[in-house]
Design a protein around this ligand. Structure first.
Ligand code: HEC
Length: 151
């Protein structure tokens, strides 16, 4: 049964758990359980689904930086299949989550072409309970998806 959960179902389940009194302290446990459920859903990986919806336009369906919008940008979207390769073989999931969220970007890095997904997801989810939690979960699921497609 768990293996059939889609992302919206998972998020609804997470909300339900939290309504029953789950607190911030259980956040990481929740995420660990949630992502394991998502990982088990091989037929319809939620990370891939989110990626297609929000990221493929720039980074390309195969994530190699060649989406249809890429040529309109001043800076080329990164090839997201070589993140680990460019970092000496290590995929730093927390760092990638922070890049995706984007709200703690360092000004010294210059203007960013990449949308600030943390703010976009928050705005999109604003009518739902636990907006920030869901935004965090999305960044996590996306980072895990990217990790799974490293070359
Ligand atoms: C509007 C085009 C656009 C969209 C849509 C987009 N990106 Fe990006 N992304 C970029 C650009 C351009 C860069 C290069 C850095 C910069 O200029 O901000 C980048 C950089 C990145 C990086 C840093 C890679 C590295 O090795 O440093 C990650 C990770 C990333 N994007 C993930 C995502 C994810 C996940 C999504 C979907 C939620 C997404 N991007 C959607 C344009 C986009």
């Amino acid at each position: 049964m768990a293996a059939r959960l889609t992302l919206p179902e998972l998020l609804a389940m997470v909300d339900a758990m939290r309504l029953r009194g789950w607190r911030v302290a259980s956040l990481l446990v929740n995420i660990a359980v949630g992502t394991r459920i998502l990982a088990a859903n091989a037929a319809e990986p939620a990370g891939a689904e989110l990626y297609r919806r929000y990221c493929a336009s720039c980074h390309g369906v195969a994530a190699q930086g060649d989406g249809p919008v890429a040529k309109e940008l001043r800076k080329a979207p990164t090839d997201l299949t070589t993140i680990a390769q460019r970092a000496g073989g290590r995929f730093d999931e927390a760092a990638i989550m922070a890049v995706i969220d984007g709200r703690r970007a360092v000004a010294a890095h210059g203007p960013r072409e990449m949308p600030v997904w943390g703010a976009i997801f928050d705005a999109e989810l604003t009518d739902q309970p636990y907006t920030q939690y869901t935004t965090l979960l999305r960044a996590k699921v996306l980072a895990e998806y990217l990790n799974s497609i490293q070359r």
